[in-house]
Write a protein that binds this ligand. Structure first.
Ligand code: AMP
Length: 125
């Protein structure tokens, strides 16, 4: 258990630089890194440094300004790394595929022109 009272998630360990990751953006409150098992040509995980929110519903209720900042960081990364069209996915709950209970978005896209960014072209998360 950490001093904040939350069991450190793998993302907290990335934030603490205890395990390596390819960090592509960082602000005071948000960090983004390449997903270790990419499901799309561009697959970035964007998460809050504060581990208290387990999912996007909790974050939206508890700190909507931080959620807006997370989306803004995602948009900036998408502008840099994709063709401008992208998916932003928040798996919410184990049955929905969530494995890390530290709120995060998956940014999925492609730098090349794409006809579809649906699950057929990018795969299910
Ligand atoms: P979710 O299944 O929605 O909770 O997403 C968790 C994501 O974190 C998955 O897509 C994993 O591939 C990714 N992941 C887990 N460990 C790491 C890691 N050490 N570095 C980067 N991404 C990771």
């Amino acid at each position: 258990m950490s001093s904040s009272g939350f069991e450190p998630t793998i993302f907290s360990r990335i934030i603490a630089r205890e395990i390596p990751a390819t960090i592509v953006a960082e602000t005071e409150h948000i960090i983004a890194f390449l997903d270790i098992a990419p499901k799309a040509p561009v697959h970035v995980v964007i998460t809050t440094k504060d581990p208290q929110f387990q999912n996007v519903v909790e974050l939206a209720a508890g700190n909507p300004v931080l959620l807006a900042e997370l989306v803004s960081v995602a948009e900036r990364i998408a502008a840099e790394r994709t063709n401008g069209q992208f998916r932003l996915v928040f798996n919410t709950g184990a049955a929905a595929g969530q494995t890390v209970f530290h709120v995060h978005a998956h940014l999925l896209g492609s730098p090349e022109p794409t006809e579809s960014l649906g699950e057929d072209s990018l795969g299910a998360l």
